[in-house]
Design a protein around this ligand. Structure first.
Ligand code: PEP
Ligand code: MN
Length: 340
């Protein structure tokens, strides 16, 4: 770490800070400038106590980290190689075929789920998404079918050989959801619920970690670090839009963040254009952008009759539009040299 001291500090004051840096486990190397002294603190920032508390000292102007706060998710640990996950017979990440995870926002009925599963399977999807536990802003809105929804997902999975992606909302439900899901989704509203994340990690199931609506890239990577640090290496990062000043779209799909996490991390990255913009008519365009960015998968909301959906009707594509979407993506997928 680098500790920058206030200008024109008497030598005995500099010494007090140097002593504290040593006491906290670092080797202090003071560099005396004409007006200011800078102390280079040598040591592993992740093993020693943080020096950031020194900012409260009157002698100190700034403290800067040199090392990143995350380790296991970072590219360096994998020596430049990307992680490939193998889930439900499908490989995800590192240039493997683009993974389509498609299905309704909420599981509503057998008829709705089966019709969707059949259609997305016919278009090459390998995972069926659908919420059985729904995080709703209002307590008066549909909260999901819970266990009954999980059973319907299982039925559709068996019938159409699709893996299941479904959200786990609470620590209480981790074991139950893990019994049915191939991938546990941690939603945007829970992306920094560390006790839920830790419990989900311990289930051993692969985890799709959404980015919280106000989370910085570093915070998102640190949330993923929790999963790896708890012994579960099977993590996908999912960008689903952040909250900005813009209201034309429900959220602002942060494509810059996708490029950034791809640079920083070896983990597969999935894009959810549906929550990302909140409008069915924009989903196809965002999928094209996702392919161009070399995303490893798409999580798309599809409903046989969006006008009657029990949640997120405005952003779900119908079966016809989904078919068109998959067709329109094909030249983009081959343009980036991705196998199909
Ligand atoms: C969803 O996928 O339906 C969902 C609720 O996602 P998010 O957590 O990104 O809002
Ligand atoms: Mn939704």
């Amino acid at each position: 770490m680098i500790v920058v001291l206030k200008p024109n500090l008497p030598l005995e004051e500099v010494e007090k800070v140097v002593d504290e840096v040593r006491k906290l486990g670092y080797e202090p190397r003071p560099i005396h400038g004409k007006f200011q002294t800078v102390i280079a603190a040598i040591g592993d920032e992740n093993a020693h106590q943080s020096l950031e508390t020194l900012t409260s000292w009157p002698q100190v102007e700034h403290v800067h980290r040199v090392q990143k706060r995350y380790k296991l998710v970072s590219r360096e640990v994998k020596k430049g190689k990307d992680t490939i996950l193998k889930i439900h017979g499908q490989k995800i990440g590192n240039g493997q075929p683009l993974c389509f995870m498609a299905g309704p926002c909420s599981v509503e009925s057998e008829e709705q789920l089966m019709a969707t599963a059949k259609a997305v399977k016919a278009q090459g999807a390998t995972f069926l998404r659908g919420g059985a536990f729904k995080p709703r802003t209002s307590p008066y809105e549909f909260q999901g079918l819970a266990k009954e929804g999980l059973k319907l997902l299982q039925l559709a999975s068996k019938e159409y050989d699709l893996g299941i992606v479904t959200e786990v909302l609470s620590e209480r439900d981790v074991d139950l959801v893990a019994e049915y899901a191939d991938i546990l989704q941690i939603g945007a509203r829970n992306a920094q619920n560390f006790s839920l994340i830790t419990e989900a990690a311990r289930s051993g199931k692969p985890i799709l970690l959404k980015r919280g609506m106000t989370m910085r890239i570093e915070e998102w990577l640190l949330a993923a670090e929790y999963i790896l640090a708890n012994g579960n290496p099977n993590v996908m990062l999912c960008e689903r839009g952040i909250r900005t000043f813009e209201t034309y779209t429900r959220n602002t799909l942060d494509l810059g963040a996708v490029a950034a996490v791809k640079k920083e991390s070896h983990l597969p990255v999935i894009i959810d254009p549906s929550q990302g913009c909140g409008r069915a008519d924009l989903v196809v365009e965002l999928c094209k952008a996702a392919v161009a960015l070399n995303a490893d998968g798409l999580l798309i909301e599809v409903h046989p009759n969006p006008a009657e959906a029990w949640s997120d009707g405005q952003q779900q594509v119908d079966l016809k539009l989904y078919t068109k979407l998959v067709e329109e993506l094909k030249p983009f997928i081959s343009a980036v040299g991705r196998p199909s």
